[in-house]
Design a protein around this ligand. Structure first.
Ligand code: NAD
Length: 497
């Protein structure tokens, strides 16, 4: 193995979804690929399927015939591991089983040249465990691709305890040649993306568990107010509960049941009842053709409130009220709604702290983008006419999500949890700050990385939201990362090392 050599011969073991995807992406980028599978004919079939996909793209005018032919020429199905003996690097993508993968590496060790690199596409097995017992542990590393490989830009390059620096450089270069963005990641449970990705779905499930909001409401807020392309529930439905629940449980167990990574009974229930998501026609939403549109917006028919008193300093709230046509009172008139913009507190806590009238106080979330949608909540027992009147007023100019009382509404607690886990990854050195943000954008399609998110919404704000959540719920799930706490106290960016 020499770094930056011009031609690379890549062996791939396992011609399933991932092996075939890696073979496709590599051969399309000019790399010679030999694909092998233990199942008779599986590698040949995978090559034929890739060929058919290439032909289709040529037919659609998306690929030139020359490029397609070149890709096919570089791709060969081989019948046995010994035909990989001249490969510079072998990536294994066989079943997710330590014994099977370790046994494969043991065989390959005897076949490959001593300097050839051995990489695993494992999602969950420590690279160190695969290297243990091997003669040349320095050449063993993780190369974790994402499904579907030809489309997903990210690859995680993972160092085991003995992996040589030159091997990591070589794999980073290989990833780049394949048109991917490689990030270097420590050998920790879930690596980067499968760990960092736990906050978004589990916090959404916690909000549903508490009866605060529905999956459709949570998805809508995360799309409209925080720029996520998909809400957590549509995302879980897309990946499938049979995939995301085991990953969630695995990471939770590996971190010795850290409450930050905890899911809810509903998550398991979805698996147990076969509500697996899109693939089953039913998950958190229904996907049968006759299904009703779960995301239909509610309408508010009550007479819009004419006058409001805004308590606190929020200019966003004042401007929003003025835009909706409300008259802003200078002081509480004892009749009109009192509007507040809490950060991390629920309406109840704010009302009690400030001695406000609990029947007339309505809380509006002003963190994030409020240009198309706002979230509204009140304390238990609030007057329904006030609740509906304020909702109608806002509905003149915005979509309105009316939820149960919750510290941090929906958006604040969701982004605070995503940012906090990003900070924790930075604190424990899972990857560099840049790589954490980049991986979460590319691997999970987040609108920005978790540390960028903390900066955009305010490091102090995120820290305060988590402190309030922890204090009000008594749940250490919300304890702020020390990385976040230090940067909030110092008043510096979450991305400062
Ligand atoms: P898959 O079941 O689609 O394919 C596995 C292939 O490996 C099968 O064709 C099987 O015949 C072959 N195989 C099994 N044992 C073998 C052996 N000893 N030698 C040669 N071939 C063998 O699985 P997949 O989804 O492609 O996953 C493969 C690996 O990639 C796993 O380690 C998985 O954790 C990891 N991974 C999967 C995804 C994903 O989204 N599917 C994403 C990232 C990583």
């Amino acid at each position: 193995m020499t770094q930056k050599q011009t031609t690379i011969s890549l062996g791939i073991v396992g011609a399933g979804a991932m092996g075939a995807g890696i073979a496709h992406a590599a051969s399309a980028s000019g790399i010679d690929v030999r694909l092998v599978d233990a199942r008779e004919g599986a590698a040949q079939k995978a090559c034929e399927a890739i060929g058919a996909r290439l032909d289709k793209r040529v037919g659609q005018g998306k690929l030139s015939a020359d490029e397609a032919e070149g890709t096919k020429r570089r791709l060969a199905a081989v019948r046995g591991l010994d035909e990989l003996k001249d490969c510079d690097v072998v990536v294994e993508a066989i079943i997710e089983d330590l014994d099977a993968k370790a046994g494969l590496f043991e065989q390959l060790e005897d076949i490959l040249r001593p300097e050839a690199v051995l990489a695993s596409n494992t999602s969950s097995i420590p690279i160190g465990a695969l290297a243990a017992g091997r003669r040349h542990r320095g050449r063993i590393a993780g190369m974790h691709f994402f499904n579907p490989v030809p489309l997903m830009k990210l690859v995680e390059v993972i160092a085991g305890p003995d992996t040589e620096e030159a091997v990591l450089d070589f794999l980073v270069d290989l990833g780049r040649r394949m048109g991917k963005t490689p990030v270097r990641v420590r050998d920790t449970p879930g690596f980067l993306v499968n760990f960092g990705g736990r906050a978004y779905p589990t916090e959404a499930l916690a909000i549903v568990q508490e009866g605060v909001a529905t999956p459709a409401q949570i998805d809508a807020v995360m799309r409209d107010c925080h720029g996520f392309r998909m809400g957590p529930f549509e995302l879980m439905d897309l990946t499938g509960m049979d995939v995301n629940f085991p990953v969630t449980r695995f990471v939770h167990e590996c971190y010795f049941y850290d409450p930050r990574l905890r899911s809810t009974p509903l998550h398991r229930y979805m698996v147990e009842t076969g509500q697996l998501g899109r693939k089953a026609g039913r998950g958190f939403f229904r996907y049968e053709p006759e299904s009703e549109d779960a995301a239909a917006e509610p309408t508010f028919d009550a007479e819009p409130t004419a006058t409001v008193f805004v308590h606190g300093e929020s200019t966003v709230l004042r401007e929003l009220m003025a835009e909706c046509g409300a008259e802003l009172l200078d002081s509480d008139d004892g009749r009109s709604p009192i509007l507040i913009a809490p950060l991390g507190e629920d309406c109840t806590a704010y009302v009690c702290r400030e001695g406000l009238d609990r029947l007339r106080t309505m809380a509006i979330d002003t963190l994030g983008d409020t240009r198309s949608r706002v979230t509204l909540m009140a304390a238990p027992g609030a007057e329904e006419s006030i609740r509906q009147g304020v909702a109608s007023l806002l509905a003149r100019r915005r979509k309105v999500t009316l939820i149960g009382d919750s510290p941090g509404f929906i958006g604040q607690r969701m982004v605070a949890m995503v940012a906090n886990l990003g900070c924790e990854m930075a604190q424990s050195g899972v990857a560099s700050v840049d790589d954490i943000d980049c991986a979460m954008r590319l691997g999970l399609n987040y609108p920005s990385g978790p540390l960028e998110m903390a900066d955009a919404l305010g490091v102090k704000n995120i820290h305060l939201i988590l402190q309030q959540l922890q204090a009000l719920t008594g749940d250490d799930r919300y304890r702020p990362s020390q990385w976040l706490r230090r940067r909030a106290q110092l008043g510096v960016s979450a991305r400062v090392f």
